[in-house]
Structures are given as C-alpha cells and as structure tokens.
Design a protein around this ligand. Structure first.
Ligand code: ZN
Length: 252
C-alpha cells in the first residue's frame, strides 16, 4: 500500500466529519464549525476528545458527556460513508485515479447530505463535478473520452430537463428539480454517454427501495405527492457505476 493510500484511509473519517458539518451548515459556511463543536441540546462546548470521528461516538455511547442527550447518528454515518468511499477507492485504483475517485465520492456524499436536509443540490458542487469529470474523462480516454463525456453532460441534463418540464406541464407541480438534471450531467461527465441510461435505471431502483424501506419504517402511506430526495439515489448510482466501470468487470 502506498503512502497516499494509507493517508486517504486514515484521513477519511475526519474528512467525513468535515463533510457532515459542511452539509449541515450549507449554504452558510460560517455555521460549519459551530455545528460540530457544540452539543445541540445543552449548547456546551465539546472537547477535542469528543470530536474524534467514529471513535468518540462509541466511547460516549452515543450520548452527550454533559447532558446525556443522544447524539444524532448522522455524523457517524457520514464518517463511516467517507471511510467506505476511501476503502473502495483504494481497493479499485492503484494509480493517480485513486485521488479523483475519493474526491468524486466525498463531493457526492456532501451533495447527498445537503439534498436530504434541504431538498436542494448546490450548483457549485455540480459545476465542480462537471469540470473535474471532463478532465478525468480526458485523462482516461483522450479526445474520444472527452467527446463522450461532453455529449453525456448535454444528454444527461437534457433528458431530466425535458422530463421535469413535461411533468410540470401535465401535473402543474414540480416533480424533478433542475439540481437533479445538473447532477445527472455531472455523472455523465465522469462516466461517458453510454452510462447515462444505467445511472438513471440504478438511481430509480435505489430511490424506490429507499422509499419502500422509509414507508415501512415510518408507517406512512406512499402517495403520488410524497416528496422524496432523488439526489442521494442519483449520487449513489453515479459512484457505484464509476466503481463498476473501473473495476474491469466489463459492464460499461
Ligand atoms: Zn449536551
């Protein structure tokens, strides 16, 4: 294992903690640090030993040291997700692309967390993913790779844009946000034009499963008007397909 790979694995839970705090603070970056260093219940300052990713949660048995209020597991899940992303990336990639791969995963994790909280996807995040995806596609496939990626950006955005306009016209309310269209375009930039339909299919399957699980868990009936965040499913689909594409199992 190279020094870079080892560093990524050790740093990933800390980065996950930062991603989680940033997603909680978005769009106000000043809130980022505050949201992590106070107990949200008793407002007491947390100490450094309470802020060690993953580890602190288990040492404190998931409760605040001062008031025993339960600590939300959102931070813990984000830290574990960031670690998982690093493990899979290190496992699949041995070269420079491991850096691109963890960055893609971590930025998507940030977007998914923001979408879960606000039902919005940051434009800046989508823009960063489109540009970095085009660069990585050029790095991997030269001019042809770049062309395929650029086409995928246009088609990815276009497909969801059309669906959202048709839905709005037929139902008179918004069904699919433009943030999702931009995220699909970003996925296209990373995966190329052949992967667009796979991304949509996989994202729909993930969204459907999470809807069913959520409705069983919360005992709420699913209705046509039930709002779901499609962004997290889309983000997960993009990352899974990026891994499948590069794991050389001949799917894409
Ligand atoms: Zn407290």
């Amino acid at each position: 294992m190279s020094a870079t790979q080892l560093f990524l694995l050790i740093a990933s839970p800390f980065i996950g903690s930062f991603i989680s705090a940033s997603a909680n603070g978005w769009p106000i970056w000043g809130k980022t640090l505050r949201s992590r260093s106070h107990c949200s219940h008793c407002q007491k300052n947390l100490q450094a030993r309470d802020l060690i990713p993953v580890f602190s949660f288990f040492i404190l048995s998931g409760k605040c040291r001062f008031c025993s209020a339960p600590i939300g597991i959102n931070h813990l899940m984000a830290e574990l997700c960031a670690l998982l992303i690093a493990i899979i990336s290190v496992w699949v990639f041995s070269d420079t692309l491991v850096l691109a791969s963890v960055l893609l995963g971590w930025v998507l994790l940030f977007g998914a967390l923001v979408d879960l909280r606000t039902k919005l996807l940051p434009d800046g995040m989508n823009l960063i993913l489109v540009i970095s995806g085009l660069l990585v596609s050029f790095w991997q496939g030269g001019g042809q790779g770049l062309l395929s990626a650029a086409l995928a950006v246009i088609i990815g955005f276009g497909v969801f844009f059309l669906i959202s306009k048709i839905y709005l016209h037929l139902r008179g309310r918004e069904g699919l946000g433009l943030g999702d269209a931009k995220l699909l375009a970003a996925g296209g930039a990373w995966l190329g034009v052949m992967a667009i339909s796979w991304v949509i299919l996989l994202a729909c399957i993930i969204a459907l499963f999470s809807m069913i699980i959520t409705s069983v868990y919360s005992r709420k009936k699913l209705e046509a008007k039930t709002m779901i965040s499609f962004g997290p499913a889309l983000a997960m689909a993009i990352y899974l397909l990026w891994m499948l594409k590069n794991a050389n199992i001949g799917l894409l």
